[in-house]
Design a protein around this ligand. Structure first.
Ligand code: NAP
Length: 463
């Protein structure tokens, strides 16, 4: 009997959510470990094309995770192993929504999983927010990670104080990068332009503003403890909460208060300083042509006087936000594609063959590993629909036919072998400077190191 034709799935986005979804679909022959047991979830042949708008894979692992967190960046090894499984193809430098539409993908594949992350940021909605010197954290993070969207930006690091609004893990990442000695940053894969700018930085004090109290701070423990590992850096709590934190006795005050108290007690002096301010909300970014300060007010104390923090750099680390994708439903209030168990929902009804996983489906929350279960739930819905015969019938193209369509729409598309080439080049260039990697940070630089286009499009299935 002839082999059944494989289920052909496109995954849009090659970050952790997309790669975990690919890993679940292209399950190891022995099955997947679920609660300590090997379970065979997929019984049909599957082929997966992971499509990304960048020529390089790994999403936030490459463009978001802080460069001084190499253990997290090493997650890409897990994803590289998935990329080597039979049935996997990476197709980069194809922008879904610009080069091809969701409708094209629906016509060419049995099913499409959108794992595009949160490509926008929350807004402060206060006066002065758009002054030069006031930026969304996403821009600063993308800049120091050499993301092609942000590598052209510049940040004014000439004032002694920087203020970060929000006290989540992104705020912690940024505070460390601003204050870490440049020699330590040189050992990471931080972008060369950021390293050069930080080497000239005059920032010596970083104020991190939380609008709620220390017990409700959004940072995780490891990130708080890491602040204490910064050399020659004092840690302090200022404002209304200062006394309460310093007087806090461990039992009864909660673990975050205890950890803060320990940090403030142990790290009293240093040439650099991190100040955590709680119950403090931004009111106005001040300045005429450039940020000169930030007016803040105490929350929970209506009518309290405001205070001005002098600074030339304000970074709003108040969370990311999903972006609408033309042709797909979007919940503008939550910034997500509405879905039920990963099935895209439009006006209460599932959109046949369309699925979602990761931040674009559940909002910008959770650590990298949170995406594993999220992707599994999504893939389980997809497979259940395939088994039930409710995926859209007919029209699905072969791997070769899809590639030739995509090549027509995006002639400079890249394949996994191109990424491997870029990866080797970056590591080679880094080694010349005793660095782990020298990132190529613009589309032109990334594509310039590849063989002349069309790159590897003659390849069909596999890598
Ligand atoms: P986040 O954890 O949601 O923190 C956002 C912060 O901004 C909170 O302190 C929030 O205060 C505050 N905020 C929101 N709106 C505000 C406003 N209008 N004015 C003032 N403050 C405001 O976001 P994130 O730091 O961007 O992180 C996103 C996700 O990525 C999180 O799940 C995080 O754990 C994860 N992440 C993990 C790592 C890691 O594992 N090392 C690194 C980076 C990011 P409220 O709490 O009062 O709302």
């Amino acid at each position: 009997m002839a082999e059944p034709r494989p289920l052909r799935v496109a995954i849009v986005g090659s970050g952790p959510a997309g790669l975990y979804a690919a890993g679940h679909l292209l399950e190891n022959p022995a099955g997947t470990f679920i609660k300590g047991r090997l379970v065979k979830q997929i019984t049909m042949p599957v082929e997966v094309d992971v499509i990304d708008r960048l020529p390089t894979p790994w999403g936030l692992i490459r463009g978001g995770v802080a460069p001084d967190h190499p253990d997290k960046k090493r997650m890409s090894r897990v994803f590289d192993a998935i990329a080597h499984r039979p049935g996997f193809r990476f197709i980069g430098n194809v922008s879904v929504g610009a080069s091809v539409s969701p409708a094209d993908l629906s016509a060419w594949y049995d099913a499409v999983i959108y794992a595009v992350g949160a490509e926008d940021e929350r807004r402060l909605a206060i006066p002065g927010e758009d002054l030069p010197g006031s930026h969304a954290a996403r821009q600063f993070v993308g800049w120091y990670n050499g993301h092609p969207d942000f590598s052209h930006l510049t940040f004014d690091l000439s004032s002694e104080r920087a203020v970060i609004i929000g006290n989540g893990n992104v705020a912690m990442d940024i505070a460390r990068i601003l204050l870490k000695p440049v020699d330590a940053l040189r050992q990471t894969d931080i972008a060369a332009h950021a390293l050069a700018a930080l080497a000239q930085s005059r920032v010596r004090e970083v104020v991190i503003l939380g609008r709620r109290g220390p017990e409700d701070a959004a940072f995780n423990f490891p990130e708080l403890e890491e602040l204490g590992e910064l050399p020659d850096t004092a840690i302090g709590v200022e404002g209304a909460e200062a006394e309460r934190v310093v007087l806090a006795s461990t039992p009864g005050h909660g673990p975050k208060m205890a950890a803060l108290k320990a940090l403030c007690t142990q790290r009293r002096s240093g040439h650099r300083k991190i100040i955590l301010r709680f119950h403090s909300a931004p009111v106005e970014v001040l300045g005429h042509h450039q940020v000169g300060g930030l007016r803040i007010a105490s929350t929970g104390n209506a009518g309290a006087e405001t205070e001005v923090l002098q600074t030339g750099l304000v970074l709003a680390a108040i969370g990311y936000r999903g972006k609408a994708l033309n042709g797909l439903p979007f919940d503008a209030r939550r910034g997500v594609i509405p879905n039920r168990d990963g099935r895209v929902i439009d006006e209460g009804q599932p959109v046949p063959g369309a699925y979602v996983t990761g931040w674009i489906g559940r909002g910008p929350q959770g650590i990298i590993g949170s995406n594993k279960k999220c992707a599994r739930d999504c893939v389980q819905s997809l497979i259940a629909d395939a088994d039930a015969g409710v995926l859209p019938a007919g029209g699905t193209l072969s791997a070769d036919a899809v590639l030739s369509k995509l090549t027509k729409h995006a002639p400079s598309l890249t394949r996994y072998t191109d990424w491997q080439h870029i990866d080797r080049q970056e590591q080679h260039d880094g080694a010349q400077l005793s660095r782990p990697r020298l990132k190529r940070t613009t589309l032109a630089e990334l594509l310039a190191c590849l063989p002349a286009p069309p790159f590897n499009v003659a390849e069909t299935a596999g890598q």
